[in-house]
Design a protein around this ligand. Structure first.
Ligand SMILES: [Fe+2]
Length: 193
């Protein structure tokens, strides 16, 4: 992320509940399959899809609020519906670099799960629907999975100083994956562990 502009004045942005897009945002990141190809368990399917294209799985709009004494960021993520093989579209997932940094996630639209796991292997899957707000404590990796037919979007609020650590999640994944079985979303142990 670029260095955030410093302003000690209040700032408001306007959120559109129909689209999940707020204005103005300062940065937009597309996450394509190539950006998170290690995250899905069916690696053969990943290679097949990438041989024909590189679909956008989700996108994030950011507005960092940097003042002379604080650093709070707003992020809104929109996960497109779909699956890679039988595993639903999801975010990359990360730990915070700083060990004292929590985060608030607020599900606005769609349905799915917020997966969370500690480095010691304590795992939680919070079922998500519009209106679910989850506090993610420090030292819990977090990933959102869209199991619905619509775009899932959620608001995140965290300190810029928290930092993102993707390495552990890239290496190990989460304890469970969310897959479709007979038309339903179910959790199952991660086959790659
Ligand atoms: Fe985070």
């Amino acid at each position: 992320m670029q260095a955030a502009p410093v302003s000690d004045l209040p700032i408001s942005v306007q959120f559109d509940f129909a689209t999940g897009i707020f204005e103005p945002w300062l940065e937009l990141q597309d996450r394509r399959l190539s950006n998170l190809k290690e995250m899905f368990y069916d690696q053969e399917r990943v290679r097949n899809i990438l041989s024909e294209g590189d679909p956008v799985i989700y996108e994030i709009r950011y507005h960092p609020f940097q003042t002379s004494t604080s650093d709070m960021s707003l992020g809104v993520t929109r996960i497109y519906p779909g699956k890679i093989g039988d595993e639903y579209h999801m975010t990359k997932g990360h730990f915070h670099e700083r060990l004292d940094q929590p985060e608030i996630y607020f599900c606005i639209h769609g349905e799915g799960y917020l997966l969370m796991e500690t480095r010691e292997g304590d795992f939680r899957a919070a079922p998500w629907k519009p209106g679910t707000i989850t506090h993610i404590p420090p030292m819990w990796a977090h990933r959102v999975v869209n199991t619905g037919k619509d775009t899932l979007f959620f608001v995140a609020s965290y300190h810029l100083a928290a930092g993102h650590d993707y390495d552990a999640v890239t290496r190990r994944g989460f304890a469970q994956v969310v897959v479709e079985r007979e038309g339903k979303a179910v959790l199952m142990p991660n086959p790659r562990r």
